[in-house]
Design a protein around this ligand. Structure first.
Ligand SMILES: *Cc1c(COP(=O)(O)O)cnc(C)c1O
Length: 428
């Protein structure tokens, strides 16, 4: 289906009944907004479920979901209701006072995870910053380590603040931002010998490994699932040495994997984990969750003005409850299977271009051959022209992270579009 046909089949009209066709002026946007993003040439202004519309009225099937964030898709009634209710009641007050919605959300998270205590902030990077600060304080005060080291992995992604780009094991995110934050050391992912070596080598003078910060499945770094064996050995090493095990669940958590938390896939519980992207369904919120024994912050030691405000917590609670009441995890598992099965059919149809299909639930990657010219960006651009939003995860992996409410028919449509896109790109 061409874009024109797509538009004809799904004309959208404004409230006055006229067809929307205002062209978006990207030049005026770029004149005033910092160019931190390479943007695709479309401006989105409306959404419903797994569909979004641009300013020209073109409809797209959204398999990006704000990068694994819009858990319940767009304009979900439960979110509309929660936002409206909170705005009418109370949307922001300081953490100098008790905030009932914050307590309720924390209770839900604690009752549905291995954690005992929650700290709220506004993003994934902030949640990881909080975890890094907590781990350092734990190291100083409990483990008696003078110079604590945090191990992270190659190809990881932990955010864009100074400490979290340092934690991120990808030089491209660190370039020109040095001096970086001291106290991090990198090991290859899914390689237990490297962790053992690092722990013994770094046990010198005042330096010692205090924590391991790791994603159960690397999202940004190419949709790479963790090995069960590796993670179980990590847990064992941490139990033996007292090193804290911290999971970054910012992308894979909140049901995206088909289980509520990615660690459930690995049969291993962390001491600390972080959540953000999917937690508020698109309303900004982050959380750092810890076990009781490593809950070391005292009043005044860490804070966030917006963190855990009534609006964000009221909406996130509605997202959590909807996820549970509508048994959305079941849908994630079914649709994930359907998507991977379909992508594997395409991998066998285009064996000279697609080398791998992998993922859990509704976080999946389709990897292109390394030695061909075709890039993930080429596929994503072509898919946009066919009415499907996708996002790369590195130069060769196309990421599929639709809202968790995606339907069987929508997954089929996405697969048909990817098939058409591959057919056109591979005959060039
Ligand atoms: C997106 C992401 C982050 C950063 O989250 P922000 O909300 O952009 O700060 C951290 N860790 C992982 C695994 C992510 O995918």
């Amino acid at each position: 289906m061409s874009l024109e046909t797509l538009v004809q089949q799904h004309p959208i009209t404004s409230e006055s009944g006229s067809t929307l066709s205002s062209a978006f002026d990207a030049d005026s946007f770029d004149a005033v907004v910092m160019s931190t993003y390479g943007r695709f040439p479309l401006a989105l202004e409306r959404g419903a479920g797994c569909r979004v519309w641009d300013t020209q009225g073109r409809e797209y099937l959204d398999f990006v979901a704000g990068i694994a964030t819009c858990t319940l898709g767009h304009a979900h009634p439960a979110m509309v209701e929660a936002v409206t209710r909170q705005m009418q009641k109370l949307h922001h007050v300081s953490n100098l006072y008790y905030i009932p919605e914050q307590g309720e959300l924390a209770k839900w998270i604690v009752e549905h995870s291995c954690g005992d205590r929650v700290f709220f902030c506004n993003s994934g990077a902030e949640a990881n910053e909080a975890a890094i600060k907590l781990a350092r304080k734990y190291a100083h005060t409990v483990l008696q380590i003078e110079r604590p080291i945090i191990l992270t992995t190659h190809s990881s992604f932990h955010g864009r603040t100074l400490a979290t780009i340092t934690a991120t094991g990808q030089p491209k995110y660190q370039k020109n931002f040095d001096p970086l934050v001291p106290g991090f050391h990198y090991v290859p992912y899914n390689d237990i010998a490297a962790v053992e070596a690092a722990i013994s080598e770094l046990d010198e003078g005042d330096y010692r490994v205090a924590a391991i910060l790791i994603e159960p499945l690397q999202g940004e770094g190419g949709v790479r699932p963790g090995d069960v064996d590796y993670f179980q050995k990590l847990r064992q090493i941490c139990d033996e040495t007292g090193v804290l095990l911290i999971f970054d669940e910012v992308q894979v958590g909140m049901g995206r994997s088909g289980k509520l938390w990615g660690y459930e896939y690995l049969g291993v519980e962390p001491d600390i984990f972080t959540s953000a992207k999917g937690l508020g369904g698109g309303v900004p919120i982050g959380a750092m969750i810890s076990k009781k024994f490593c809950d070391v912050f005292q009043p005044g030691e860490h804070a966030s003005t917006f963190g855990g405000n009534p609006l964000a917590c009221g909406v996130a609670l509605a997202v959590c409850q909807t996820l549970e009441q509508e048994n959305i995890l079941h849908n994630v598992q079914q649709r994930g299977e359907q998507l991977r099965t379909g992508l594997r059919v395409l991998a066998s149809k285009y064996p000279n271009h697609i080398v791998d299909v992998r993922g859990w639930g509704l976080i999946n990657g389709m990897e292109l051959k390394a030695d061909i010219e075709l890039t993930a960006g080429d596929v994503v651009t072509a898919a946009i022209n066919e009415g499907l939003l996708l996002v790369p995860a590195g130069p060769k992996v196309i990421r599929f992270v639709p809202p968790l409410i995606v339907s069987e028919k929508e997954v089929d449509t996405a697969l048909q579009i990817v098939d058409r896109v591959m057919a056109s790109l591979t005959t060039l």
